[in-house]
Design a protein around this ligand. Sequence first.
Ligand code: HEC
Ligand code: HEC
Ligand code: HEC
Ligand code: HEC
Ligand code: HEC
Length: 191
Amino acid sequence: MLKRSLLGLVGMVAVAAALATGISSSDAQQPSTGPAPLSAADSAGLKGPRQPIFFRHDIHAGELQMQCQYCHYSVAVSSEPGIPSMQTCMGCHALVAGRDPANQAEIQKLKDAWAAGTPVEWVRIHNVARHVHFPHMRHIKALGDNACATCHGNVARMPQVYQVNNVNNMGFCINCHLERNVTRDCSACHF
Ligand code: HEC
Ligand code: HEC
Ligand code: HEC
Ligand code: HEC
Ligand code: HEC
């Protein structure tokens, strides 16, 4: 069995190629280490809003160990973390078709959207009011590249992303700023 945790991106592409040609772990008669298969219909029973494509962080960031910043490419340099383009997805899914019918069906939706040239409209989950300024890069610089879980919970274990902390509540920000002796100036956060 491949040690996926040790795979870099080059290895990922090899995994992608292996899966595309049907050499999956189940074909090799080995116990599957991946998260349980779930269909788009199952996603209705999960926490968090349903998305136009049932994209699973527990598979991409969990099982496949992809770095958050591979997709959320601007989180350390900009206020906006960045949402990956379809081109980023197709870098793998031009080859990777999926190991079971549930995954195949969702990947097909991505390919159809790509072929039609219609970007996937992801439903936004965390969204502070317009009068509030939240600079991701300042937080990543101060709290580290792996600080995502501090605010977002363990996304790498989530089949569907949901909000762990209510970011539309000033107390969430102020408590940590107090603890870490960071500014509580109204004008630091409010326009
Ligand atoms: C393969 C690309 C990819 C990787 C890797 C990835 N993400 Fe995402 N992420 C997405 C996409 C696409 C969405 C929008 C769809 C959704 O919410 O599932 C998203 C949504 C999110 C959201 C919710 C955004 C909102 O609307 O509020 C959070 C939080 C998030 N990701 C955090 C992470 C963290 C933390 C990691 C690493 C542990 C990570 N992501 C790894 C592609 C990725
Ligand atoms: C580095 C390669 C890579 C990238 C980039 C990537 N994927 Fe995947 N994806 C995979 C692999 C490998 C699987 C597992 C396929 C399987 O075994 O079924 C997978 C599974 C899936 C599945 C089925 C399981 C699930 O997550 O629901 C969907 C849908 C999917 N990917 C969508 C996307 C989307 C949308 C993006 C871009 C935001 C993306 N992928 C980016 C490699 C990648
Ligand atoms: C200190 C708390 C905090 C940390 C740490 C943090 N985030 Fe966020 N994140 C937020 C808040 C607050 C929002 C909503 C921001 C807004 O609406 O402008 C958000 C929004 C997002 C979104 C949605 C953005 C969009 O355009 O749809 C993504 C994706 C995301 N974060 C990913 C990450 C990733 C990946 C990391 C780690 C590298 C991370 N965040 C670290 C608090 C945090
Ligand atoms: C887990 C702790 C934590 C949480 C939660 C948090 N912050 Fe911060 N924030 C920090 C730290 C640490 C810094 C200091 C970064 C630095 O020194 O540059 C910071 C800096 C900032 C700054 C820059 C301040 C300046 O000096 O210009 C703003 C603006 C900000 N945070 C807004 C927010 C908002 C809005 C929220 C809630 C949605 C939030 N933060 C939640 C830890 C946090
Ligand atoms: C660290 C960041 C931060 C600081 C500092 C901060 N706020 Fe806020 N404030 C927020 C966030 C986040 C919200 C919630 C916005 C939302 O609804 O999405 C908020 C909401 C509010 C609201 C609206 C309340 C409501 O119920 O919607 C008011 C009024 C407000 N703040 C006033 C202030 C005043 C006055 C100060 C200075 C004493 C201050 N804020 C300092 C982040 C901050």
